[in-house]
Ligand binder design. Structure first.
Ligand code: FES
Length: 103
């Protein structure tokens, strides 16, 4: 019904979400990119494997934990997108949480 005038549209950057290119407004969060991509989930819980998507968008719920540019366990809602950013789903506990046994 209403359309945004082309000159009023925000500039965008291209990121990838699980390997799929997504155009995201400059200044948006990586979690917003996940939602814009229409992903079914961005992480699965370590205990039950239940799917999760970003929920609070303000750093409280941790349902947006994802791998961002190769770094696991990043709160995607607290990261501003940058051109070429790679956001990927993570499943279960990450290596950083499991760690190696002390020697
Ligand atoms: S969406 Fe809740 S901490 Fe990121």
């Amino acid at each position: 019904m209403y359309a945004t005038r082309p000159e009023a549209r925000p500039a965008t950057v291209e990121v990838s979400v699980d390997g799929v290119a997504v155009m995201v407004p400059v200044g948006a969060s990586a979690a917003a990119a996940v939602l814009l991509a229409g992903a079914a989930a961005i992480r699965e819980t370590a205990v039950s494997g239940a799917p999760r998507l970003p929920y609070c968008m303000m750093g409280v719920c941790f349902d947006c934990l994802a791998e961002v540019d190769g770094a696991p366990n990043v709160q995607a809602c607290m990261v501003t997108v940058a051109a070429g950013m790679r956001i990927a789903r993570q499943a279960g506990a990450r290596d950083a949480l499991l760690g190696e046994a002390p020697r």
